[in-house]
Write a protein that binds this ligand. Sequence first.
Ligand SMILES: Cc1cc2nc3c(=O)[nH]c(=O)nc-3n(C[C@H](O)[C@H](O)[C@H](O)COP(=O)(O)OP(=O)(O)OC[C@H]3O[C@@H](n4cnc5c(N)ncnc54)[C@H](O)[C@@H]3O)c2cc1C
Length: 362
Amino acid sequence: MDNVFDVIVVGSGVVGSSIAYHLSESKKHEILLIDKGFPLSGTSGSTQAWVWVHSKVPSWYGELSMYSAELYPFLEKKIGDVEYKRTGGIAPFFNEAERESALRLAEQQAEVGIEIDVLSRDDVLEKEPNLSPNVAGATFSKIDGNVNPFRLVELYVKAARKNGVQCSFYNQVNDIEKYGDIFHLKTSKGSFRAKKVVLAGGAWSKELGKMFGVDIPVRQVRGQILVTEPLQPFLQYTIGGVRQADNGEVLIGYSKEEVGYDRRSTLDVIQQTARMAIDFVPALSKANVVRCFSGIRVMPEDGLPIIGEIPKMEGAYVTAMHSGITLSPLVGTLMTELLTEGETSIDLSRYSLERFEEVQRR
Ligand SMILES: Cc1cc2nc3c(=O)[nH]c(=O)nc-3n(C[C@H](O)[C@H](O)[C@H](O)COP(=O)(O)OP(=O)(O)OC[C@H]3O[C@@H](n4cnc5c(N)ncnc54)[C@H](O)[C@@H]3O)c2cc1C
């Protein structure tokens, strides 16, 4: 590996693997995908994995998410079965007062082509009879669904390798320097050179940014998830907070805690999550919980993805986002355009690192 790569992607979670795969499709580039662990060792291996669109605001962010969801069926044709299911998504509310904001959301999202129905209590229960009878209504959209994140990342990496991408796992990038037009990456397994570098380090983006002297403003936000024993299929839709996987397990949870990079599960949040599950789907009170896990969300300061070239650092790029599972097919596609043509078919200026006034160079 002593050649100069066209592109080195740092981080092989769902975002970095998607970029490496999409970029490799033309087989025109020498690409290295590098990770200090393995492709699912970060957040992509500890996620709910909804492909969720309908409540993403502002609506232009919803629109971006919708385009990405639309790519999933094509992606599956190319890389194989990632267990993508467009189940439709239900976001229930339990208080009639919330109907007003649900109607506003539907109106707003319709402007960008996201179709949302605002359901009455009876409509919701007709669709998903196992939801709590206490539900007051819900927003519903056909566009939402979910995917198996393990298959997704595994198949991105497999397809990328098949297209010639070289991988170096269990290899930490410790520093990056630029001499002339070439980046030199110092890693625990030696030095690598590249014409372009993409930082796709998820929760570690801040540390990676420092190697370029920039602040990448992301916070680490823990989420804890409960997993039940496999149950007979009884939930048809992806419900805000609860989804049933193909193997019958129900994944429950949407907690958000700012505790740094701490992946422990805690009794208080497990109990709250279990209560939430029963409030939403009373039948879950009889289910056995077989495991719980937690993952670290990558939360840009304003909640919106960071995608694009690092200001004043030609050839260096950053991708950091919550909802990387939803967005990965589109981010991989757009980053490929940016890396090869210098521009993208969808305007990404809103997602640039430059939008943060406080972005400081060292
Ligand atoms: C509980 C929970 C639920 C979620 N639910 C959803 C959901 O339903 N839908 C959705 O779309 N998103 C969801 N997310 C968010 C989603 O999982 C993430 O946005 C996504 O996994 C981030 O992928 P990534 O590739 O950016 O990061 P990661 O998967 O963390 O990958 C980053 C990689 O970079 C590597 N790395 C870091 N630093 C270095 C270094 N110095 N050298 C080499 N390698 C390095 C790491 O080892 C890691 O493998 C959820 C997250 C959590 C925690």
